[in-house]
Design a protein around this ligand. Sequence first.
Ligand code: PLP
Length: 411
Amino acid sequence: MSDDKKLIYFDNNATTPIHPEVLEAMLPFFGPKYGNPSSMYPLAMASAAELKKGREKTAALLGCEPREVIFTSCGTESDNTAIWSALRTQPDRRHFVTSRVEHPAILSNVTLLRKLGYRVTEVGVDEKGNLLWDQFIEALTPDTALASFLWANNETGVIFPIEKMAEACSERGILFHTDAVQVAGKIPLNLAKTKVDMLSVSGHKLNAPKGIGLLYLRRGVKYAPFMLGGHQESGHRGGTENVPYIVGLGRACELALAHMEDENTRVRDLRDHLEAGIIGAIPYTRVNGDPANRVPNTTNISFEYVEGEAILLHLAAAGICASSGSACTSGSLEPSHVLRAMGVPFTAAHGSIRLSLSVSNTAEEVETVIKAFPPIIAKLREMSPFWKDDGPAKDNSMLTCETGSCQVCGG
Ligand code: PLP
């Protein structure tokens, strides 16, 4: 791509650009306003005052009390903190409940927990990515220390019924955590009205920098810190607070609240138009995830008989940034665990692309992307051994990663 060509950024679930007003708010704290908020002189007290404001602004987005916000370094730290706090404060309970479609920030803990002798139940989803409710309820036992479920899926955008799930856990005396990294700033939240005990947010998904996150800890919930150190964050997380980034996150939360309506109307319309434009123009495509139950900015589309990574390379050459649901480049032949949990057929899961928009995207960009897809998919299908003329080649029975040789990507 030539340098003067404008980049079209449709990968906002991976990360978002820092909003110029967020950067502007942060800059003085890299310069003259460098005080440590724990110290006792005016320079430090100015930092402490900004820390307080940052906490108030993030709490306003979440609909909780400022003292229920613990600043962390990222969404992953918040997720880990929630899990290990629940297990350490209830040593007699040895069971953890989660879903099959979580982010690795949760699922990597599952592997370790099993090694340590904990029992883990991973609840499934249906073919649209919606939670299997009966399985969820059956999984809750008197031995369950924590149930942790993401609020919206990062790959498909599908939303879990978190308020209802938290109620069910509360009725059974079970702690409930949700990874809200993909919903904060996208859908209205009012935690005071829910039974959610802990919730994770990541700054870089809502136009704040990478390296800042938060954990909401409902007042009265027993807690064991993950980071031991000084008495920062009311003893909930050791380590000098990252004042510039907390100021940035606070401003980003303010802006997200202001843009919420735009996100829910204009961004949703753009996403729906994009999706219909692509699906309408290309045969053998499908949307992964319940179209009626998603965050407004995300679509996940499968292009059968082509490989997601190859599509990404062609999109990148056209200046378009997106993500794929296949993991071939990481050395694994497996397509996304989320799409597999939904039972998406192999030929479709391998060619899946996630497009995630934001309030910065325009209708003109959407039109450009709609036009970019058909020639790319046609070219890749021409090269695919499983495509002939205008449709799939007759025998596609070999298409399986489990055979050890991936016929779609050649891996
Ligand atoms: N949880 C979800 C659902 C995510 O999408 C991500 C990032 O992609 C994370 C957690 C991890 O957040 P962070 O990058 O701040 O650690």
